[in-house]
Design a protein around this ligand. Structure first.
Ligand SMILES: [Zn+2]
Length: 126
């Protein structure tokens, strides 16, 4: 089992570690747990509670909501991460980020706004 938090209503619950789809027991919204890797030039919106990786050759623009994010290429967008955001060496992250925690490794760069917090605090203030 793995512990997750619903991205819609913030309710914590558990799913099988092999599950790729689940519904929140509280708000019944469906969500996915697949990991995704993006490479090349793309405009893409991704919603998953799994890990999204931006590969070294990725130049990605989009709206991403995910369990965790690893940036080795370039990512530009509005990004909400329920867990940790990692920018690796030579990774470039730009945009509006909300994450529970963030790590920028030596050689990685970040430009934009970031909100670090847990639960509802990860949402932009009204
Ligand atoms: Zn929910």
């Amino acid at each position: 089992m793995r512990a997750v938090r619903c991205p819609f209503c913030e309710a914590p619950f558990e799913v099988s570690s092999r599950a790729i789809n689940a519904r929140c027991p509280k708000c019944t919204k469906p969500m996915r747990f697949e990991d995704a890797e993006l490479n090349g030039f793309c405009n893409q919106n991704v919603t998953t509670m799994g890990t999204v990786r931006i590969g070294r050759k990725g130049v990605v623009r989009g709206r991403i909501e995910c369990g965790s994010l690893v940036v080795s290429g370039q990512l530009d967008g509005t990004i909400r991460i329920n867990g940790c955001c990692i920018v690796q060496p030579r990774g470039v992250l730009r945009g509006e980020i909300a994450a529970r925690s963030m790590l920028i490794e030596r050689g990685g760069s970040f430009e934009g706004t970031v909100e670090i917090g847990g639960g509802a605090a990860a949402r932009p203030a009204a």
